[in-house]
Design a protein around this ligand. Sequence first.
Ligand SMILES: *[C@@H]1O[C@H](CO)[C@@H](O)[C@H](O)[C@H]1NC(C)=O
Ligand SMILES: *[C@@H]1O[C@H](CO)[C@@H](O)[C@H](O)[C@H]1NC(C)=O
Ligand SMILES: *[C@@H]1O[C@H](CO)[C@@H](O)[C@H](O)[C@H]1NC(C)=O
Ligand SMILES: *[C@@H]1O[C@H](CO)[C@@H](O)[C@H](O)[C@H]1NC(C)=O
Length: 515
Amino acid sequence: MTVRQLLLLQGLLLFTSADVSFRFASYYGDHMVLQQRPARAVVWGFGEVGAIVTVTLLRGMDTISKMAVNVKGDVGVWKVVLDPMEYGGPYHLIAQQILKQEITSVHLDDVLFGDVWFCGGQSNMEMTVSQIFNASQELALAAQYPYVRLFTASLEYSDTELLDLAKVDLPWSVPTSKNLGQGDFTYFSAVCWIFGRHLARKLKYPIGLVESVWGGTPVEAWSSKTALSKCGLSDNPLRMILRNDAFIDISAAPCDYSVLWNAMIHPFLNMTIKGAIWYQGEANTQLNVDLYNCTFPALIQDWRRSFHEGSLGQTDSNFPFGFVQLSTYLKNKQDNFPVIRWHQTADYGYVPNPKMPNTFMAVAMDLGDETCPYGSIHPRDKQTVAYRLYLGAQAIAYGDRRVHYQGPFPDRIDVYYTYSYMNITYNQELLITHTCDNIFEVFCSADMNGEGQYTWIPAPAELQSSKVVTVSFKGCSHISAVRYAWSDWPCEYKQCPIYSANQRLPAPLFIKYFK
Ligand SMILES: *[C@@H]1O[C@H](CO)[C@@H](O)[C@H](O)[C@H]1NC(C)=O
Ligand SMILES: *[C@@H]1O[C@H](CO)[C@@H](O)[C@H](O)[C@H]1NC(C)=O
Ligand SMILES: *[C@@H]1O[C@H](CO)[C@@H](O)[C@H](O)[C@H]1NC(C)=O
Ligand SMILES: *[C@@H]1O[C@H](CO)[C@@H](O)[C@H](O)[C@H]1NC(C)=O
């Protein structure tokens, strides 16, 4: 007997109507993952105003829970908050509408409980599994992860906040090599997938991955008006144009304030999620660059508050948020990549930090890919990016403090003018893979009293002890700052000079001004 026949027998699927006005919202479907306990999953849909909707969760033929709500509001929306559920499945979810004797039903099959992760950003999150290194090996792994489930929203924008998605590209699906590698910059996101499969292997329970991304888009498009106003950006939709034609795949990318928040984020606020990962910032190397240290933390804060509210308090108001610090684009050219990398950390250099609690970051500046057929802005090593994110998720989202997830960062910097060098003491044991002749720079004045012209000059560095790097500044009579890896393309593939001895994680860039 099929599930459908069973349900019919039990009288649960009475009259399945073709009436599309009674339905689940767009992102509820067969094969989906709903958020497991301690949170409660929110389930909602559309119906006839005034009707009563009964939502039943079944495992096999056993009713696990049943609740009834009224259809409310102008458009007719029903919404239930399920009981907290342990991970597992499969379940059936049935919604039945009763309006003046007339009963209609809709039902979802193969529903699992587990953790739901939201994946956002621009083209580096949009790159599919077929576009990365070792693509065929990666695609072949699909069959090993039937409990990772995938969903991709369509690219849509809107001037007003939408209640539901306008369109879906990939409805909830079991991974296959076809839907993991649909085509260039379509679905499924390689970073999202590899992150999810690492989690599934480690946690041994279902992982739902929701992709909602658009190449070439600035952070302002993904931010609500509330978030933008925190950074002094007006809530008048301003038409913005990105000029650089190097961002080819994105010529039609919408850049206006809030348009993607409206169409691709706002509809999701009502589902319960575990956390989010994000790979974005390239577009902002040309747009409101100096504001990114405000706009990015503001987006995180605003998404957290909004997902919490939209899910009736079920999504954590401080949910874990992971992101990729920008990789590389142009060799031997100065651009704003280091500035955005720095601003991605709210100018701390590392996360989490007081302005960005409960966040984790994958450093990617050592993963450059100059000959990438999709443009050098799209490095193909997404495995390392996703793995570094996964380390952060273990520590931050799943509280495993034993996991080493951050590269080395300076604890203190002592400047010794007598010896013309400084000692930079890192917070952990270092692995020095290369000599550091150019990657440290000092802001140097040759003028005796330090009032003259300052210029950035390379400062040779050497490892002195397992945690101390000595940076010399001979020829400078005064220095007012030091920085590390402050360029678009600071090192060759996996060849930055400083890694953590523990996990071989790269030291992120930093800049330090002296008073
Ligand atoms: C952000 O960075 C700019 C310089 O790029 C600086 O002027 C500003 O004070 C910083 N804002 C915040 C909120 O840290
Ligand atoms: C979803 O949450 C948002 C934000 O709280 C709210 O504006 C919207 O009405 C909610 N939608 C539904 C269907 O409850
Ligand atoms: C690709 O596969 C080879 C062989 O298994 C491996 O050495 C290499 O690290 C893989 N590349 C990436 C980016 O994972
Ligand atoms: C700088 O650090 C090294 C290694 O710890 C140490 O040997 C040296 O004495 C330090 N320099 C000064 C001036 O303290």
